[in-house]
Ligand binder design. Sequence first.
Ligand code: DGL
Length: 276
Amino acid sequence: VSSQQPIGIFDSGLGGLSVLREVWQQLPLESTVYIADQANLPYGTRPAGEIQALSEAIMRQLLRQKAKLVFVACNTASAAALDHLRSTFPDTAIVGMEPAVKPATAHTRSGVIGVLATGSTLQADRYASLVTRFARDTSIIPIAAPELVEIVEAGLAASEQCKILVRRILAKPLAQGMDTLVLGCTHFQFLKKTIRDVGGPELVIIDPNAAVAGQAGRVLAKRNLSAGKAANRYIKFQTTGNLALMHMRLLEMLGKEWDVSSVPGLTTNPTHPGRG
Ligand code: DGL
């Protein structure tokens, strides 16, 4: 493994772009390959075994492209598949996401914290263990919102429809005194403004992205794998789904045109027909 190899980043779809932005910000010399497994989106309503198989297939694509570190920029895939990926690829550096429950407990005053994530993340053992470890004296409200993943994929994050949905989803937790909300799904980063509008200026929104990007930087530094120069830096985007659609979303969400190429994902696809 050499320091000039890229960081590989994947998500079921576009949510991981929020993590990618942070990686660019904190590690500007690094090349990146981003894969969106949009043919198999959503991950968040699937059983863990399927998410493991899908994540492994995408990780193999990243390793084929010489990723020196794989960033699982998806809470759902991290919750279901991080252990599986680490044992399948013991020599590869892997960084994942988890709901930032611990930081949330330091911020809450009311003692009521919401965790906005996919159903799969909220059912995972990893999540249960976070709650038992860090949230003894607080009340944690799990808020599953798979429909918000679809909203972001559809490019509707700024729509009135989205605001109505977010208002409906947060109404009860807010009425129960929630003053701190953990963004436990990378797609929801793109809903921050709407969440702020709905939750009001007092709501503390816990965003883990800066911390996990920092973590990736430390892992690289520790292995002596940090890129030393920008000279040959490159940025690649790939999807298992629809190229034109991804191209359009990248323009909307990153404010710039990027080439997108196709990459095969797992097609023997159990629970969902798959789209894309
Ligand atoms: N972006 C994924 C996450 O962070 C969820 C999207 C999906 O359900 O596929 O949890």
